[in-house]
Design a binder for this molecule. Structure first.
Ligand SMILES: [Zn+2]
Length: 91
């Protein structure tokens, strides 16, 4: 039984790699299941996943805004930094 659990339950180092892979590529059904089980039991990886997805979403928003040639003003940059910090602290 221990061996089966060891095979199913990922180490955190593998789980965090899969979290990153999940954002940019597709995970297989088995990988998704293993990651789901891991993040359900490991609070640190669960938080890492939330933060990673949040950062990805913010970067995509910035990338989209970057397509428009207006550079953000200094006060907008400061407001954005505060927004990112606040959202990270909430999660
Ligand atoms: Zn973990």
């Amino acid at each position: 039984m221990k061996r089966v659990l060891k095979k199913i339950f990922l180490p955190c180092t593998v789980a965090t790699e899969m979290i990153e892979k999940d954002i940019y590529f597709k995970l297989s059904a088995l990988e998704k299941l293993r990651l789901f089980l891991h993040t359900g039991l490991c609070g640190l990886c669960h938080r890492y996943q939330k933060h990673s997805r949040l950062l990805h979403r913010i970067l995509m928003e910035l990338h989209h805004e970057h397509e428009h040639p207006q550079a953000p003003k200094e006060e907008e940059q400061t407001a954005l930094k505060e927004k990112i910090t606040n959202r990270l602290e909430k999660n």
